[in-house]
Design a protein around this ligand. Sequence first.
Ligand SMILES: C[S@@+](CC[C@H](N)C(=O)[O-])C[C@H]1O[C@@H](n2cnc3c(N)ncnc32)[C@H](O)[C@@H]1O
Length: 238
Amino acid sequence: MEIFKKVYNAAREKRLMSSCRNHVVRKILPDDYVITKKTVYLPYNRGLKISSEDFVRVAALRLMAYEINESEIEGSVAELGVYRGDFAKYINEFFPDRKLFLFDTFEGFADKDIKDDVKNGYSTGTEDFSDTSLDAVRKKMVYPQKCIIKKGWFPQTTDGVENERFVFVSLDADLFTPIYEGLSFFYPRLVRGGVVFVHDFNNSDYKGVSVAVRKFCKEQKIPYFCLPDNAGSAVILK
Ligand SMILES: C[S@@+](CC[C@H](N)C(=O)[O-])C[C@H]1O[C@@H](n2cnc3c(N)ncnc32)[C@H](O)[C@@H]1O
């Protein structure tokens, strides 16, 4: 009888602990915290919403923004490759007091960039990113008054931005040429303590991204590390 009671109490305690843990997880994670379908190694039974948003990428940005804002490093923020602003809206939200430069053709890839990628077998360049508009992007932003939209082919759109200094930059332009040009433009303008995220570093559909990062980092003799987000990101710190 005594042993039965012990086993019963231990099982009850374990059940209570587990239900308590689930309750805590639901309480501390706000509704907008989600895991992506691709983040398969995170268990699905935690009461988190499933969505196409990339939990690892957004959480890494949020943590990085917290560190940068706490240390009061000065500088603007930017994204090259905005499309519909789905990642830019988080940059804008997490850096509320900083100017956000948004670079994109807003008409999809440029033919000359595609040609380089196809010639080298990095990508087909056939994905269509033209179904967007400046208005839709602006409407998505929490602080639209902080956004400066630079529409057109990068790096031709950097006029007037030459003297700017950056504390965070997201490069998400998929192809070798704009990624390499993006690193060449932003890295020298990155302040000490600044960070660059380069998305698609492990995306086999866009092999030019990792080639550009490796080439640039080798030339500049700088290190990078990788994030296990959807399609992978390389992160460069200064
Ligand atoms: C994958 S989408 C960006 C996705 C976006 N960052 C997000 O998280 O939703 C890639 C974008 O890069 C832009 N792009 C690629 N090369 C470019 C260039 N040379 N100049 C300007 N924009 C470019 C394309 O127009 C496209 O909108």
